[in-house]
Design a protein around this ligand. Structure first.
Ligand code: M6R
Length: 600
């Protein structure tokens, strides 16, 4: 959460920073700010709202070759101009932006900053005031920075400017993502390479508890003990067009439409020359050694984990537990003797998942990360990584990453099964091809889903999704999608569970979206629909070809029964999208949310 950029070099920093922040807006969008430095000093501009709002207050006449910027997702203090970053020390000598949470900020304030008047409610301001205190005590800015960093508990990515030195950006990170980008006679800083692809594709990863001195000619990485660290840059393999909306009105719609292509790309990426599917043999070795798999994830990725469990248990015959990352440490199950942990995370940065990863690594267990972002924290810190190959997902609502997660988990399950000599009665490569074709059909049926959204959801205040077996998990994902972008109170239920309490909420006209793709539960779910219709509900049944009945609102093209979640979720994504549009919601940037949740 929160996005950071920095630039030092030959051009005016301002436009590069603003463009960079626009690319990072998915990380938080309640307020934003930049600081531009020139030989007259540091000029700070901040505003509540989006980068567009910030642009309107930036003075075009201020030019500078150095600067830092920030887009915020509030943790400490309401979204406001005062709480927006950058924050400055009392004398305004030091200016910084910060992503993360300083857990001991009130202790630090009490112990070190007595008498210092803080302007904002943020934890960040404590950092900049501590820095000034140590500088005032006679330390260089670099030493003061080091001293401050050793006192901080929690997570941080920081970029710092010193008014008396317009040739350096001081940078540090711990648990929050931050990269340094390299150019000719300029260097940059960014939370995500996407922000600075406009000027470079060469990046250097930073590790926790490192600090970096960035000038326009040089990047010097040091440990907090002062040892210089050498690290080669890597090329960010992102195409600038991947991160543009093109002709689409919203990233979410573009990303929904990309799903068939993502399916084909995944098959291609995990296919051997002989056409068989393959996964790194160390990963398959770890799967085979495990006596139980623990999937850890949050939000949509958790929902993918629920389906992934079915894939692994049904194909590879290994028992699987799925856990919400933020709850795992409090309710840790009795672990098996040889567990393997699988972390599912689109961003690879989710703090709740990372906290579990750190914990289980301390126990000495092996971990596999399934992620869309190579080089992300969860990928770096796990023993193994499986990539989603979905291309950047920018809309806050996850769509193509979910279906990519399912496809990759299915491949993992089937390759593990093959390695154990377990025969699977279908050809996964071929079936994923059929899934891709079915997704094409669904993406072409947008008008029908717009109509369903209009008929069922344009004025309702709530909505229930029901399903049984695999369809139940898809219902959970459908309800998350709907509530997150349309703000309709939506809940997913196992079809049989509704009458154990929640049916009390059914009123005349309450929309119920029922999914029926599984033959063995088709009659039962239809029975559940009848129960709610008898109490006034307005049913929208989405069924699979072959199981369909006359009253159904939409019939899905047929795919293999185990793979139906990859297809049945697409209508739910599109219905949610159109429901949000009909209600005038900001589809790509829903209120209170951010794409990457990097605070616990
Ligand atoms: O990056 P991750 O997959 O770890 O993110 C987990 C959740 O924050 C994420 O899936 C969230 O639920 C989405 N916004 C849902 O659309």
């Amino acid at each position: 959460m929160c996005g950071i950029v920095g630039y030092i070099g030959r051009n005016d920093a301002k436009e590069i920073l603003l463009k960079g922040l626009e690319k990072l807006e998915y990380r938080g969008y309640d307020s934003a700010g930049i600081a531009v430095q020139n030989n007259e000093g540091i000029h700070v501009f901040k505003e509540k709202g989006r980068i567009a709002d910030l642009r309107s207050v930036v003075d075009d006449n201020v030019l500078g070759n150095t600067g830092i910027g920030h887009t915020r997702w509030a943790t400490h203090g309401v979204p406001s101009k005062v709480n927006a970053h950058p924050h400055q020390s009392t004398t305004e000598r030091l200016t910084l932006v910060h992503n993360g949470v300083i857990e001991n900020y009130s202790i630090l304030k009490r112990e070190y900053l007595e008498g210092v008047q803080l302007k904002s409610e943020t934890d960040t301001e404590v950092i900049v005031q501590l820095l000034e205190k140590f500088v005032n005590e006679g330390n260089s800015v670099e030493d003061a920075f080091r001293q401050t960093l050793t006192l901080l508990k929690g997570s941080y990515a920081i970029a710092l400017l010193d008014k008396e030195n317009d040739e350096t950006i001081f940078v540090a990170k711990n648990k929050s993502p931050l990269l340094v980008g390299l150019g000719e006679e300029f260097n940059v800083v960014a939370s995500d390479a996407m922000a600075m692809l406009q000027v470079t594709d060469q990046f250097v990863e930073l590790m926790d508890k490192e600090m970096v001195i960035v000038t326009k000619e040089k990047v010097t990485i040091k440990t907090l003990e002062g040892t210089v660290v050498e690290r080669d840059p890597y090329t960010a393999e992102l195409d600038a067009s991947d991160i543009e909306k093109g002709t689409y009105p919203h990233y979410m719609l573009k990303e929904i439409d990309e799903q068939p292509a993502v399916m084909r790309k995944i098959v291609q990426s995990y296919r051997n020359d002989d056409g068989s599917l393959s996964v790194d043999e160390d990963i398959i070795g770890a799967m085979n050694e495990a006596d139980r798999i623990y999937i850890i994830a949050a939000g949509t990725s958790y929902h993918a984990g629920l389906v992934g469990k079915q894939f692994i248990e049904k194909m590879a015959k290994i028992p699987v537990e799925v856990h919400v990352a933020s709850e795992f440490s409090y309710n840790m199950p009795i672990l098996s003797e040889k567990p393997l942990f699988i972390f599912i995370s689109q961003s690879g940065e989710t703090a709740d998942s990372r906290a579990v990863l750190v914990q289980i690594k301390e126990f000495g267990y092996k971990a596999l990360t399934v992620t869309n972002v190579p080089g992300s924290t969860l990928s770096r810190e796990a023993d193994y990584t499986l990539l989603l190959h979905a291309g950047p997902e920018i809309a806050v609502a996850s769509t193509k990453a979910y279906t990519a997660q399912l496809a990759v988990l299915a491949i993992l399950a089937s390759v593990t099964a093959a390695s154990k000599g377990i025969e699977i009665d279908f050809d996964l490569t071929q079936e994923l091809g059929i899934v891709a074709n079915a997704m094409d059909v669904l993406c072409d049926a947008k008008e029908e889903f717009e109509e369903i959204a209009r008929n069922f959801l344009s004025t309702t205040r709530n909505c229930f999704f029901i399903g049984r077996a695999l369809d139940y998990y898809v219902g959970l994902e459908g309800s998350l999608k709907l509530k997150e972008i349309s703000y309709i109170q939506a809940e997913g239920f196992a079809g049989g569970e509704l009458k154990h309490g929640t049916i009390a909420l059914i009123e005349e006209g309450t929309p119920i979206i029922a999914i029926s793709t599984q033959e063995h539960v088709n009659l039962s779910i239809r029975g559940n629909v009848k129960e709610v219709v008898a109490r006034g509900a307005n049913p929208c049944i989405i069924s699979m070809k072959g199981l369909n009945e006359e009253e159904d609102s939409f019939v899905l093209p047929e795919v293999h029964e185990l793979l139906t979640p990859l297809v049945s979720v697409v209508p739910l994504q599109l219905i949610s999208y159109y429901a949000a549009l009909h209600r005038d919601c900001d589809v790509d940037k829903p209120r209170n949310l951010a794409k990457s949740v990097t605070v616990e």
